[in-house]
Design a binder for this molecule. Structure first.
Ligand SMILES: Nc1nc2c(ncn2[C@@H]2O[C@H](COP(=O)(O)OP(=O)(O)OP(=O)(O)O)[C@@H](O)[C@H]2O)c(=O)[nH]1
Ligand SMILES: [Mg+2]
Length: 453
């Protein structure tokens, strides 16, 4: 995808490619209105239509009516892409939309859009910055109410304005330093070093807050990976089934029932839980079971949180616990004592008590998981949230450079060094917004979009 192809007029189906009430085809670019006119027959010519108006008529191919349609006209710069745009709503048949697209392609110098090209144009034409363009793809792929809200905030510019605010703070500091450099001979200090360091510290702590929000941002994007592990027969599959509200995994009183890892997703209170039910951990000579146990260990390695299930008969093996910590040193390990309906004979070191068969303690367990998932993050509602590894990496770079700036200021080194550290910090922040970017970054972002977006 070349960056300089805004002269082309592009076309794509904007609705899913299947049967529906209506389908929408989208055109954008300098000739989109003429291209639509070349196949459209209505009361007026679209080129004479006002912006933001809708027109009923037929799309004609060689004197045949392809479909009767509604055409929306958006004139530059007041459209999604900032260019002249047309949206054609037809009956929702994939055959009709294919035919409409090919008729237009045959009649006019228009080409098929690449994935994300409409949004890429919106970005290139200054309708949105890069974080907002990224939020568009994330918003439509959101699967829970919490991620929807997070990406909506990002699309509304919550992260952009925070980053712009930090950038402004940096520019303020830089301008003093640049001024000092201009008057270097006179040896004037326009701002006291202690004052300057305090300002740098303030920005540093805000950057750290943003970095700290990423653990929650990742949950918003990817959900929480939860491995359900423990000895055979303690009720791991029963817990999975209870959470899914369906009999997904086979449950039996025979130890070693689950062999393969079972992965299922469930959305609870707006959070996406990705659950992995696993083969019970024990030493086994059975080849298939051994492979299953290796898969259990793999699930532990990949998880954000481990539900270590024990039951009132066997409790929690300290060997397994040690093993889990070694397999994954960052995941939280939550000990869940199951089958409490049978009565508790001993005391265990459990975090939660449940019965996966009759559903005792599940509410508390889920609340506990959610609390654990958010506890390490500095996110509060309505504060800007970092959900994207690209933003996170840029912020890390900004932090490093700003720390350098602080050291330079503390050790009273030349203002030149300070100015350069501050500039590097600013560049890292500006990269988030996409003001400086490379073709590679853009392609990487927009190729993940669907066609027509
Ligand atoms: N009384 C009681 N029985 C339970 C409970 N949870 C599970 N069980 C029983 O315990 C047995 C084992 O349950 P599973 O869910 O298959 O256990 P598992 O940990 O998946 O076992 P493996 O897949 O073999 O490792 C079954 O007979 C279940 O009905 C519970 O809360 N209370
Ligand atoms: Mg099982």
């Amino acid at each position: 995808m070349s960056i300089h192809n805004l002269e082309d007029t592009i076309i794509a189906l904007a609705t899913p490619p299947g049967v529906g009430a209506i389908s929408v085809i989208r055109l954008s670019g300098p000739h989109s209105i003429q291209a639509a006119d070349s196949v459209f027959s209505g009361k007026i010519r679209l080129i004479d239509a006002h912006t933001h108006t809708i027109h009923y008529g037929n799309v004609i191919d060689d004197c045949d009516i392809v479909d009767d349609v509604l055409v929306s006209v958006f004139k530059a710069p007041n459209s999604y892409t900032g260019e002249d745009c047309i949206e054609i709503s037809s009956h929702g048949s994939p055959l009709i939309s294919q035919k409409l697209i090919s008729v237009i392609l045959n009649n006019y110098d228009v080409r098929l859009a690449e994935p994300g090209e409409f949004t890429k144009r919106a970005f290139l034409n200054g309708k949105m910055d890069l974080t907002q363009a990224e939020a568009v793809a994330d918003l439509i792929n959101s699967r829970t109410s919490i991620s929807l809200r997070g990406f909506r905030d990002q699309l509304d510019g919550l992260l952009s304005s925070k980053v712009s605010f930090l950038r402004k703070g940096l520019i303020d500091i830089s301008s003093f330093i640049e001024l000092e450099l201009d008057f270097a001979e006179e040896d004037i200090e326009f701002v006291q070093r202690t004052h300057l360091i305090a300002k740098i510290d303030k920005i540093l702590s805000e950057i750290e807050n943003l970095l700290g929000s990423y653990s929650f941002g990742k949950i918003i994007r990817d959900g929480i990976n939860i491995a359900i592990v423990g000895e055979p027969n303690v009720g791991k599959s029963s817990l999975l089934n209870y959470l899914l509200k369906e009999s997904r995994a086979i449950v039996s009183e025979i130890p070693g029932t689950t062999r393969d890892t079972i992965r299922e997703e469930v959305s609870i209170d707006g959070f996406l839980f990705r659950l992995y039910d696993t083969a019970g951990l024990r030493t086994s000579e059975d080849l298939i079971e051994k492979e299953g146990i290796e898969r259990s260990r793999e699930a532990v390695r990949k998880s954000d949180l481990v539900l270590f299930v024990g039951d009132v008969n066997v409790g929690f093996s300290s060997m397994i616990e040690k093993d889990l910590t070694e397999l994954n040193s960052t995941a939280e390990i939550v000990k869940v004592l199951n089958k409490i309906d049978l009565g508790i004979k001993d005391s265990y070191s459990e975090d939660f008590r449940i019965s996966a068969v009759i559903g005792i303690g599940i509410f508390e367990l889920l609340n506990g998981i959610k609390k654990l998932a958010i506890q390490n993050s500095s996110y509060t509602e309505k504060s800007a949230l970092v959900t994207n590894v690209r933003h996170y990496d840029c912020l890390k770079k900004a932090k490093e450079n700003l720390l350098n700036a602080k050291n330079t200021a503390t050790s009273n080194l030349s203002g030149e060094f300070l100015a350069s550290d501050l500039r590097a910090t600013e560049t890292a922040l500006v990269e988030i917004l996409g003001e400086v970017t490379t073709e590679e970054i853009l392609n990487n972002i927009f190729s993940k979009f669907c066609i027509g977006k």
